[in-house]
Design a protein around this ligand. Sequence first.
Ligand code: KMH
Ligand code: ZN
Length: 272
Amino acid sequence: MEKLIITAAICGAEVTKENNPAVPYTVEEIGREAESAYKAGASIIHLHVREDDGTPTQDKNRFKACMDEILRRCPDVIIQPSTGGAVGMTDEERLQPTELGPEMATLDCGTCNFGGDEIFVNTENTIKNFGRLMIERGVKPEVEVFDKGMIDYAIKYAKQGFIKEPMHFDFVLGVQMAASARDLVFMVESIPQGSTWTVAGIGRHEFPMAAIAIAMGGHVRVGFEDNVYIDKGVLAKSNGELVERVVRIAKELGREIATPDEAREILGLNKR
Ligand code: KMH
Ligand code: ZN
């Protein structure tokens, strides 16, 4: 089986130090958490950034400072900025990190409920505009799928030339759609041949979904953005601790871990 790409979503926009004091806000903390995940075996850092007080921001300069700090500590890691940002941000705000020419960035392929009254808005024009700009800027999208229909949108927009193929998908299980093996199998069978995919199980679904993905030959995302616990009721001390657990599961199931360069090869990325 292909080597396993582990993505660490170290920070997110919604989770706070009240949820887990190790959630990083400052540039230094973000660098520290990225390094812990990288040293444990993560080859991709999915990146949101914060002001020092924890407020989510898509500010280009803040991204640059955090990316520089991450690359100082983890010189070959793949950095994948979020273009989702936080609920309520404008498209212009959200797009800022793609101006820095990262190897990858997220492309959220539809609108979904985000809890309570929150709606994460991604209109057709937003998706097409983000996709077009990512092609222009040479950034490989990770297609974020919060619901099964978002796969159909991605396929439609790829056919129309707004997303380059082969596509890389992230199935986010446990926000809008339930986290079930049945749905995961359905989605894996729904993406175009030659696509790659990873799974982000939210909350208590993180490790069960990771184990299923590893066994199926997919890839895995873990991190504080998705889950702050290492075990039931036990807070993880770092993102590295979450990655270590995935590495242990992978070892038991006979999957080797991809280095960042091996991940580039699998995803067809050009090293910056
Ligand atoms: N924070 C969410 C509103 C992404 O990174 O592209 C969007 C999100 C997805 O986390
Ligand atoms: Zn994110």
